[in-house]
Design a protein around this ligand. Structure first.
Ligand SMILES: NCc1[nH]cc(CCC(=O)O)c1CC(=O)O
Length: 294
């Protein structure tokens, strides 16, 4: 029998490759009969580094090239950080599996050889969500945008351009850079982004992906669904700050959300909880509650 070969597409950043290899290892363990090949590519989001993501078209820029490779049949799967995926997933390229969630919290990172945050120095943030919450937490420090992959951002931090940086704990853990963490934010003071810490595996509609059962984590899937329904119900675009954090414990599902209302310049937060079977209803209901609070 000829061995079946699965080609897995990934962005070419170090973190993306490590993440794809994590997924490949899961498939390999459960299905030693499959041959796996990693195919990396640069995305528009990796190439344009001098402008903020909101200005050049948002999250879709990290997935466009991989979407095309899937459609062309150059790859069979794509592995993404769920956080970087647009809310609208094309019908022909469904998300097939969600990995067990890595720690979803954000962390503060100081420059090498620095033991405390210097007053007045900017804190680097790559998202409106982080910037908004930083402004409430650190009155004595301005924020400044920062682009590039995690290692590029850390290099900029160590160059002395910033007093600190906010990054996802998940990314630093996977890069084996946990020792760079100087503070872990509580998920209530710095509410994470929808999907943070979860990897999503995408494929082509109509193909047999039974072998991905070994990757999917039901808890991560439900949390991801809840958070993404909430963001979708609140938002059209991707530039207004929104945070969404769902936690499933047993049968209880709790969702914390934050959004910034541009016209009134108000930041609104709220929480809802219910049953695990009501993920979508909880997401939509909290979105409606926050909207009517304005
Ligand atoms: N936008 C980049 C990005 N996309 C996913 C992660 C972290 C890993 C994850 O959330 O699974 C990061 C880095 C960061 O925000 O610090």
């Amino acid at each position: 029998m000829e061995t079946r070969k699965i080609r897995i597409g990934s962005r070419d950043s170090k973190l993306a490759v490590i993440q794809s290899e994590l997924i490949m290892e899961m498939i390999r363990q459960a299905h030693p009969e499959l041959e796996l090949e990693l195919i990396t590519m640069k995305t528009t989001g990796d190439l344009i580094l001098d402008r903020s993501l909101d200005k050049i078209g948002g999250k879709g820029l990290f997935v466009k090239e991989l979407d095309q490779a899937l459609r062309d049949g150059r790859i069979d799967l794509a592995v993404h950080s769920l956080k970087d995926m647009p809310m609208e997933i094309p019908k022909d390229l469904p998300l097939l599996a969600f990995s067990k969630r890595e720690d979803p919290r954000d962390v503060l990172v100081l420059p090498k050889n620095s033991s405390e945050l210097h007053k007045g120095k900017p804190i680097g943030s790559s998202s409106a969500r982080r910037t908004l919450q930083l402004n409430r937490l650190f009155r004595d420090n301005p924020t400044a945008g920062i682009r590039g992959n995690v290692l590029t951002r850390l290099a900029k931090l160590d160059n002395g351009d910033y007093g600190a940086l906010v990054l996802a704990f998940a990314g630093l853990k996977r890069l084996n850079l946990e020792e760079r963490v100087s503070k872990i934010f509580d998920s209530a003071e710095m509410i994470p982004a929808a999907g943070q810490g979860i990897l999503a595996v995408q494929g082509r509609a109509g193909k047999d992906y039974a072998y991905l059962d070994c990757v999917n984590d039901k808890k991560a899937e439900i949390e991801a669904l809840t958070e993404r329904v909430f963001v979708t119900a609140l938002d059209g675009g991707c530039s207004s700050p929104i945070a969404a954090f769902a936690q499933l414990e047993g049968d209880r599902l709790r969702l914390t959300g934050l959004y910034y209302h541009e016209e009134t310049a108000r930041t609104i937060t709220g929480e809802i909880s219910g049953c695990r079977n009501d993920a979508e209803a909880l997401g939509r209901t909290l979105a409606m509650q926050l909207k009517t609070e304005v």
